[in-house]
Design a protein. Structure first.
Length: 238
């Protein structure tokens, strides 16, 4: 079985070496040094993002944009994330402002974004529509919780991939997974804790394989290849 983790917050020392591909997501400016460290290693399976999560917009001091630009300039193998909007956290106008700034940077550098969206898909899609063709090359919807009926449109129009965890096993999540094309689905742990990632990934893969009527090994390989396509924007596939 080949395992990949499309979204986690684990420091390098806590990561399971058996994972074939992993993306470490920053949440606030304090994470960026760890992200840079990961990106500077001679490592073809651990990748990192730089970004400010909507929960931590207080970290977005006036210098964050130039700092992000400097990091992305120096590290062409880095992506942008975790960025987005969250209805249940304060100051939505400021969230939108910070999200737009990071989206613009990601677009200008042609880097994929890793998107956090809770209760704000209407706002996210309004922003995307306003941008027209000026979008990042790919979007990873972490813990996707949007409308299952929009999945194909999001994949086609915004080159979106949809990431699910072991926690996504309720009826609505099952409907989303079932509606997600095989070549767009990812799995994640979304963990900050020093845990064994494999049981978490196994659980998610088993759910997906059962819904698709496929072997777990086949689905795990498909998920790995999907993540490789996302990474290809920052590292060409061999």
């Amino acid at each position: 079985m080949i395992y990949s983790d499309a979204h986690c917050h684990l420091a390098p020392g806590a990561q399971n070496p058996e994972i074939a591909c992993r993306i470490y997501n920053s949440a606030h400016v304090a994470d960026w040094a760890v992200a840079v460290d990961i990106s500077e290693r001679d490592d073809d399976k651990n990748f990192a993002t730089v970004g400010i999560h909507p929960w931590y917009i207080a970290d977005a001091d006036p210098g964050f944009e130039s700092m992000m630009i400097d990091i992305l300039t120096a590290h062409p193998n880095m992506m942008v994330g975790e960025i987005g909007l969250d209805k249940f956290h304060p100051d939505m106008p400021r969230q939108i402002e910070i999200f737009n700034k990071q989206l613009e940077i990601a677009t200008s550098f042609r880097r994929p974004i890793h998107l956090h969206c809770v209760g704000a898909w209407d706002k996210i899609l309004h922003i995307f529509r306003e941008r027209g063709e000026k979008m990042p090359p790919a979007v990873v919807a972490h813990g996707f919780n949007g409308d299952a009926g929009q999945i194909q449109m999001l994949a086609d129009k915004y080159n979106m991939y949809f990431s699910y965890s072991a926690a996504h096993d309720d009826d609505k999540a099952i409907a989303r997974i079932s509606a997600t094309p095989k070549n767009r689905i990812l799995v994640e742990t979304d963990t900050f804790e020093s845990i064994d990632e494999i049981p978490e990934l196994d659980s998610a893969i088993n759910v997906i394989a059962a819904l698709y009527g496929r072997d777990t090994e086949e689905i795990a390989e498909q998920i790995y290849q999907n993540l490789q396509r996302v990474i290809s924007y920052v590292r060409p596939i061999d």
